[in-house]
Design a protein around this ligand. Sequence first.
Ligand SMILES: C[S@@+](CC[C@H](N)C(=O)[O-])C[C@H]1O[C@@H](n2cnc3c(N)ncnc32)[C@H](O)[C@@H]1O
Length: 324
Amino acid sequence: MARISTNKNLHDANKAKRDEFYTQLSDIEKELKHYKEHFKDKVVLCNCDDPRVSNFFHYFSYNFENLGLKRLIATCYKNQNIDLFSEYNSEKAIYLEYNGDKNGDKIPNLEEIGINHLNGDGDFRSKECIELLKQADIVVTNPPFSLFRDYVAQLVEYDKKFVIIGNINAITYKEIFKLIKENKTWLGVNMGRGISGFIVPKHYELYGSEARIDSSGNRIVSTNNCLWLTNLDTAKRHEDLILYKKYTPLEYPKYDNYDAINVDKTKDIPMDYNGAIGVPITFLDKHNPEQFEIIKFRKGNDEKDLSINGKCPYFRIIIKNKKL
Ligand SMILES: C[S@@+](CC[C@H](N)C(=O)[O-])C[C@H]1O[C@@H](n2cnc3c(N)ncnc32)[C@H](O)[C@@H]1O
């Protein structure tokens, strides 16, 4: 029993640790430049962000006029200290509102930013934060990893547009895959190494191929395992994947438990096969809903993992070419 509880504590600690990854301005700029036209006259909410330090708040406040925003709101969780990594020592939280430049210097000054107190701890699920959510058109942030399912469910419930960061594994959560399958959400532009790293607290060990301390002294880990998830349209989503290979039964065996051929690399999808095709989950980074239809995830007709001669390849998504 003691062992189980220790494991659980460790598990919770690991989860909480992954929640303290802060997004770099350069990664935000690299993604959000693809969505500029969506932001005109819109209210943007960053609801997992201490606005005094969040690079999301920084990006939107400095680009307020450039994007033509209507209003920017950011809420802070449990913390009133201007220190990125202080340990949530206050239960009370604040939210900030910015309505654009007033004094003509094109810079968000303290006098132009309204600081308001929340009654509770700033949990995105709290009533007062939901009231702010209702006022928003587009939600943009990197939410806590451990609450990702709840976070997305709430955005869907309130019918919000969003651009958020998640772990690549999130695609395999059944709730998230369902949204992708139904074309209610899709992958943004950058994923994996396309997100260059996250700022972590001082006591974190640095890891990853691009781990570094940047010129401002920020400690950066390169996780290479995240993606952007959105329901705002991007040009990338309308680009056809160019296919080169021809189907042969020898090169593309069928699964034991589903009438579909197996493809190990997205680029090897045969151009001339009009039945069901199993592809790796990374296919979703190239998915154009006008070209392919997503049919099923991972399981065969018997609801067991897809297998070939009794062996299971990695997770597969079943798709079908709509253009044949
Ligand atoms: C992965 S960090 C990202 C922070 C910031 N959005 C960024 O990208 O730099 C997730 C943040 O969510 C905050 N957080 C954790 N639980 C929360 C909750 N229930 N409601 C709102 N924010 C929460 C954490 O304090 C942490 O700052």
